[in-house]
Design a protein around this ligand. Structure first.
Ligand code: GP9
Ligand code: MN
Length: 729
């Protein structure tokens, strides 16, 4: 032992040795933070999990070495040691601040958060002391110890500098290691840095110092655009909004006024699933019987020609469109790059301002994915009930994108029932997400797999079928509790589930020939369902108007009786007689109209799919006109988004949400407090019924699908809520 101590002290008494020890210390602390403080969502059930684990374990080393190695260039002892101390302290404080910050925000510190002089950082200042845990002392211990060792001369200063070449070798080595790290990170998750996904993906793959660089670059790019923009840029925007305005349809304007709004985000759900029957063993299986019944119901406006308009931001792009009526970006995700900083006037805020709505999102995944936890505040969401509010995720009840949908729906009830009405809530489902894991979901119900050469396609129908029954169980609950009559329920698909490259393998299932599969067919498969259920309505129909996700917000606003003409939203009410049927895809020159489809550089007649190779003058003119309009819509949206133009716009007096009043922790306490304060006037379902509705979720359908849960519940006489409360702890 004594010998070991001696070796350690001697090592630390050389410049190289000290750096080595500091690097090891930083490495250990990082790993401790990764696994004890952060949730990096590494699931060890498969190869990818082990790969991610290896990346996480190794990633503190390259940049740690780079930074601790830089002082080597300083030769005088008096300069070298202070520089080394600074480097170590920088690395350490960055790590430690993140540990503290993560406790409150479940996310990492970005340059933006640091720069924001807003209440967010001020609030943290107050809270930081409270967030400190005794265990954190372990992170700090080495610093006084090292100081002590130098003070007592147990470790001595080394006056022999490293040569320039040796210092350079260390810099080169660490840079090479970092390049390798970057390469392996891209292998795990292609387009990791360009698409953004989620901050924890970057930390998991590249570590905290790299995450800082990444977030600084994001801030720099966004600020550059923002700084260029000025109030005069609003002029063309306002002109467009005015010209493009589609008057509400008097027959439907306000028919859902004052009702609760429940959005059901159908993950990766394409229109072709509607009414689809999968053939297996000479039998036909209807994939989504319940959603089909909604599609054909007299209570629904169901649309058959609505296209997804997302790009790299996928789900986040869909959310951006339905919430704010503006497109995502041409590159990367709007929510990741601008969501936390731009002035936005999104649906939750609009509804609070115009109708005193309470708003919430339910999502079985980690809250920081797609930067939701920050963006949702700017959108004015009062509550964000993410995975941390639901059953503990295990390999049995979840996969990499979160809890299975049925569990998410069931776990949402205990919060939903305490929400003041009217509410605007959104459920983000995940189970029907690539890779369409049938082992968990399909087998449970025994829905057959398709029989193509492509595993991804084969599972897609079974997971969609699972989603369908999850949706049904939720509708059963709504009907059982009476929430149904008082709500408008909107279902939409967010984007394709089967990518274009796989479409030829899908072709036979759609009775198409893979040999003649074309860009036109790819374009048509971008259709997604959009179903607006207005309970009590008699004259619902399947409507064949062409439109896109950008049109969903104005459509909803008009149904709720809110005139959207002075909102900076670039879509149009799909029910308006003025609706122009030009659908822009999120790539210039890609569009669909009822006449023409332009996709991947080719143009077709939409009705027949026949390619237009030598158009006559009038056809060419019509195509050009549609293309220009589609491009214009995108460019106006981009001006608003990248120039942060809403900050200059005050005409509609909507203002923006006060994010300092929004806190996503302790949602239940907040809900109960409001309920109590309101007393007799509380409009939550719980207050109205004077009892919990959690048990009503266990509808007959639910029971049939989850016999195992039922055995458990009947064992314990207390309601299912208490067992979930335990699971949360
Ligand atoms: C994750 C989920 C998936 O939280 O929303 O996003 P996607 O991969 O579909 O964009
Ligand atoms: Mn998605």
């Amino acid at each position: 032992m004594r010998k070991l101590t001696q070796i350690l002290l001697t090592t630390m008494s050389s410049r190289l040795g000290l750096v080595f020890i500091l690097l090891i210390l930083y490495w250990f602390k990082s790993i401790a933070a990764y696994f004890l403080n952060f949730n990096l969502d590494i699931q060890l059930g498969n190869m990818q999990g082990f790969y991610q684990l290896a990346l996480a374990i190794l990633n503190p080393l390259p940049l740690g070495l780079l930074l601790l190695g830089l002082p080597f260039y300083a030769k005088p002892t008096k300069v070298y040691y202070p520089l080394l101390a600074i480097m170590y302290l920088v690395l350490f404080s960055w790590l430690f601040s993140n540990v503290i910050y993560y406790r409150e925000f479940s996310d990492f510190i970005t340059l933006n958060t640091m720069l924001a002089s807003s209440s967010v950082s001020a609030g943290l200042g107050d809270a930081a002391a409270k967030l400190f845990r005794p265990f954190d002392l372990l992170y700090l211990l080495d610093i006084p110890l090292i100081v002590y060792l130098f003070w007592k001369k147990k470790v001595t200063f080394d006056d022999r500098p490293l040569s320039f070449n040796a210092s350079f070798a260390i810099t080169s080595l660490s840079t090479m290691l970092f390049s390798a790290n970057l390469f392996f990170a891209e292998v795990d998750r292609p387009e990791l840095l360009s698409r953004g996904f989620s901050n924890y993906y970057v930390v998991r793959a590249l570590g905290l110092p790299a995450f800082f660089g990444y977030s600084a670059n994001q801030t720099y790019q966004a600020d550059k655009e923002r700084a260029k923009a000025s109030e005069t840029d609003l002029e063309p925007v306002l002109e467009y909004i005015k010209e493009h305005n589609a008057e509400p349809n008097p027959a439907t304007f306000g028919i859902a006024k004052g009702r609760n709004v429940i959005y059901l985000h159908l993950e990766s759900f394409q229109q072709f699933l509607i009414d689809y029957k999968l053939k297996s063993d000479n039998q036909e299986y209807e994939v989504t019987p319940f959603i089909n019944s909604l599609y054909h119901s007299n209570e629904s406006f169901a649309f058959s020609n609505i296209f997804n308009q997302v790009k790299a931001g996928k789900t986040s792009d869909a959310e951006t469109m339905i919430e704010s009526g503006l497109f995502g970006l041409n590159q990367g995700s709007f929510m990741v790059n601008y969501g936390g900083t731009n002035t936005q006037q999104a649906a939750p805020h609009i509804l609070t301002q115009t109708g005193d709505y309470t708003s919430a999102v339910f999502h079985g995944n980690i809250g920081s994915f797609w930067n939701r936890n920050t963006t949702y505040k700017q959108w004015g969401y009062n509550y964000f009930l993410d995975q941390s509010y639901m059953s503990k995720a295990t390999s049995e009840n979840s996969f990499q994108y979160g809890l299975n949908d049925k569990i998410m729906f069931k776990d949402s009830i205990k919060y939903l029932e305490h929400m003041q009405q009217p509410f605007y809530v959104k459920y983000l489902t995940v189970s029907n997400h690539y890779p369409y894991t049938t082992s968990l979901i399909g087998d449970e119900q025994g829905f057959p797999l398709a029989e193509t050469k492509d595993e991804t396609i084969n599972g897609y129908f079974a997971t969609a079928n699972y989603l369908d029954s999850a949706i049904k169980s939720f509708f059963d609950y709504l009907k059982e509790t009476g929430l149904y009559e008082n709500s408008v329920i909107v279902l939409y698909g967010d984007h394709y589930g089967i990518s274009n490259s796989r479409n030829p393998s899908l072709a036979p299932l759609l009775d198409k020939n893979p040999e003649t599969w074309s860009s036109y067919d790819n374009a048509m498969l971008q259709r997604i369902p959009y179903i607006v259920v207005v309970p009590g309505m008699q004259d619902g129909a399947v409507i064949d108007t062409y439109g896109g996700q950008i049109d969903m917000l104005p459509t909803l606003e008009h149904l709720l009786g809110i005139n959207s003409s002075n909102f900076l939203q670039v879509g149009q009410d799909l029910l308006s007689p003025d609706h122009e049927q030009i659908v822009a895809f999120r790539s210039s020159n890609y569009f669909v109209t009822p006449e023409y489809t332009s996709y991947s550089g080719r143009t077709y007649y939409t009705a027949t799919g026949e390619e237009i190779t030598t158009p006559d003058d009038s056809t060419q003119k019509a195509i050009d006109e549609a293309r220009d309009k589609a491009n214009k819509q995108l460019s106006i949206s981009d001006m608003i988004q990248t120039g942060d133009l809403l900050r200059f716009y005050s005409e509609n007096r909507l203002g923006k949400p006060d994010v300092s009043t929004i806190n996503y922790n302790k949602a239940m306490d907040q809900l109960l407090k409001i309920e109590k304060e309101k007393g007799q006037t509380s409009s939550s379902l719980f207050s109205q019924r004077q009892s919990s509705t959690i048990d009503l979720f266990d509808s007959p359908t639910y029971k049939a699908l989850h016999p195992e849960q039922f055995l458990e519940d009947s064992d314990s006489s207390s309601s299912s809520s208490s067992s979930q409360e335990e699971a949360e702890e």
